[in-house]
Design a protein around this ligand. Sequence first.
Ligand code: FAD
Length: 275
Amino acid sequence: MLPPLARRFVAGESAATALERARRLDEDDIGTILNLLGEHYHERAPADADTETYCRLIDDIGTTDLRVCLSVKPSQLGLLVGEDVFRENLARIVERAAGRDIFVWLDMEDHTTTDATLDAFERHAGEHAVGVCVQANLKRTGDDLERLAGLPGNVRLVKGAYDPPADIAHQSTARVDQAYEAHLEYMFEQFDDGIAVGSHDPAMLARAATLHDEYGMPYEIQMLMGVREDAQRDLAGHREVWQYVPYGSRWLSYFYRRVTENVGSAKFALRALLG
Ligand code: FAD
C-alpha cells in the first residue's frame, strides 16, 4: 500500500489506478505517459514478466479513448541479461502497441546503455510509433542528435538523471543547461517533427517557446507526476503537455529519488514512509 506522500509521485500499484490517473489528466487536457516501475533486472524472468504486464496494459489502454502512451526502460526489458532479450521484449511491446495505435517511448538509462538504446530505437523508427530520450549532460549527445535527425520518430530531450564520469559528461549545472539549450536549438532547426521537451525548468521551457516562435516547429512538453503540476495545467491551456506517470509495486526507489530531488532530504522520505 502506497504511503500518502508517495502518492504524489506514483499513481498506484495497479494498471487500474494508473488509468484512473490518466482519466483525471485527460480532463485537464494533459496526455499520460505510463511507466511500469522496474529496472536493472539481471535475470530473464522479471524482464519477461514486466513485458507481459506491459502487453496487458496495452490491451487495457486500447479499451479506453484516453491519450495514453508508454515509456519503458531497457534494463527493465532485459538489457542487462542480454541485448537479444531486450530486443525480443521490446519488439513484443512495440508490435502489440502498434496494433492499438499506442506510442512507445524508450527511457534513457546510464551511459553504458546509450548505444543499445539508440540502436533499438533505430530498429523500430519508421515502422512503429516510437520515441527515445537523450541526455544533455552527456558530451556525445550532439552527435547522437545528428544521427537521430535523419530518422523518423520522436526525441525527448532531458538534462539527465544519472551521474556519468567526468570524461564523458558535463559536470556543472550551468554547463548542462547550456548544452540543453544548444541541443534544443539544433532540434528545432533540424528535426521535421517529434520534439519533446522533458524538463520542469522554466528557463528551458521559455527557450523552447522562443524557438517554436522562430522556427514554427511543433513540440510537446513532458513533466513528471508530482512536479510543478500547477504549471502543467497552465501550460496545457496553450501547449501540448504530457505527464510521465509511474505505477506498480516497485515504487520505493523511484519515490525515494523524487523526494530527495525535490526536498533534498533522505530523512524526510524515510520518515514519510515509516510514519
Ligand atoms: P532541474 O534542473 O531539476 O531544475 C531546474 C529548475 O526547474 C529549478 O531551479 C526550478 O526552477 C524548476 N523546478 C524543478 N523542479 C521543481 C519543483 N519540484 N518545483 C518547482 N520548481 C521546480 N532522465 C534520464 O536520464 N532518462 C530519462 O529517460 C528521463 N526521462 C524523463 C522524462 C520526463 C517526462 C522528465 C520530466 C524527466 C525525465 N528525466 C529523465 C529526468 C531528467 O533527466 C532530470 O533529471 C529531471 O527532469 C530534472 O531536470 P529538470 O530539467 O526538470 O530541471
